[in-house]
Design a protein around this ligand. Structure first.
Ligand SMILES: [Zn+2]
Ligand SMILES: [Zn+2]
Length: 277
């Protein structure tokens, strides 16, 4: 059997539901050769995961998923092999966190103004040192009966143009790439199909531009990729002769039916991706 890895997974330090230790134990159970911890704009879960990796004998890759934007589209960049002690990166992440908290407050206020029964207290209940995303606000809306599930809540209330959506400032792609490279990381464009949901060509154009800015590669295996997106991603990887990465984007129980390693059932990220990095 060929060895599988998962290079995109979240813990409860951002919007996942498993602790870093639980994530690593699950990766071990699933028989993965390696797992990367890639929380949104934080490396807070990495140290614990590395320690558990040592204990259980599974390879843990220190990572992060940074949000950026281009042409007004949200773009996520995955940094792998990041030095979590890099001061410039951590300073910038603190600013990003402040902006994110400010954005979450505005989201909650907007929802309140429209009569939704949500409060800052609902957010605070997650705990102080957590990175809270729009997904968490969506989760609150589900718990309060405003939507069927997270996906439903995101679509109805939390995406661009909807009542709970508020913009936040994010570093631009070239700054993210520089910060991550300076911290020793390899940088990958995550889930390129999500960049511009209305225009696949635009998503691909943005991905190419970010590779031209110096990103090291892109995810060519991703839990939501259909055959068409796999071909598109591989095509870009070929054009730029760049590195490939991939993963399930596991979030614990936040994303229903999504498994670490295998995604929605047919995901396979070869260990060879990791060996080339
Ligand atoms: Zn993402
Ligand atoms: Zn992710």
């Amino acid at each position: 059997m060929k060895e599988a890895v998962d290079l995109h997974a979240h813990t409860n330090r951002s919007d996942g539901t498993l602790t870093p230790v639980e994530l690593v134990r699950l990766a071990k159970e699933k028989g993965l050769a390696a797992v990367a911890v890639t929380d949104h704009d934080t490396t807070a879960g990495v140290e614990e995961a590395l320690a558990e990796g040592e204990r259980t004998g599974i390879r843990v890759i220190p990572g992060i998923e940074m949000s950026t934007s281009l042409d007004g589209c949200d773009v996520h960049l995955i940094g792998l092999f990041v030095d979590i002690h890099n001061a410039a990166l951590q300073d910038r992440l603190r600013e990003v966190l402040e902006d994110r908290n400010e954005r979450n407050k505005r989201s909650v206020r907007r929802l309140q103004e429209k009569g939704f029964s949500v409060s800052q207290g609902d957010l605070d209940a997650y705990g102080a040192d957590k990175i809270l995303t729009r997904g968490n606000i969506a989760e609150i809306l589900v718990k309060k009966g405003y939507a069927e599930d997270i996906k439903d809540a995101m679509g109805k209330y939390m995406c661009r143009g909807k009542v709970g959506y508020a913009r936040r400032r994010v570093p631009d792609p070239s700054e993210c790439i520089r910060l991550l490279h300076d911290a020793g990381a390899r940088v990958f464009v995550a889930h390129l199909h999500q960049i511009d949901l209305k225009d696949p060509e635009h998503s691909m154009d943005i991905c190419r531009r970010i590779l031209a800015m110096g990103a090291d590669g892109l995810e060519t295996e991703y839990c939501e990729f259909d055959e068409v997106w796999k071909i598109r991603a591989k095509e870009i990887a070929g054009e730029y002769d760049c590195l490939e990465s991939g993963g399930s984007d596991f979030h614990g129980s936040l994303k229903k039916g999504l498994e670490l390693g295998t995604g929605y059932g047919d995901l396979f990220v070869p260990a060879a991706f990791l060996e080339r990095m």
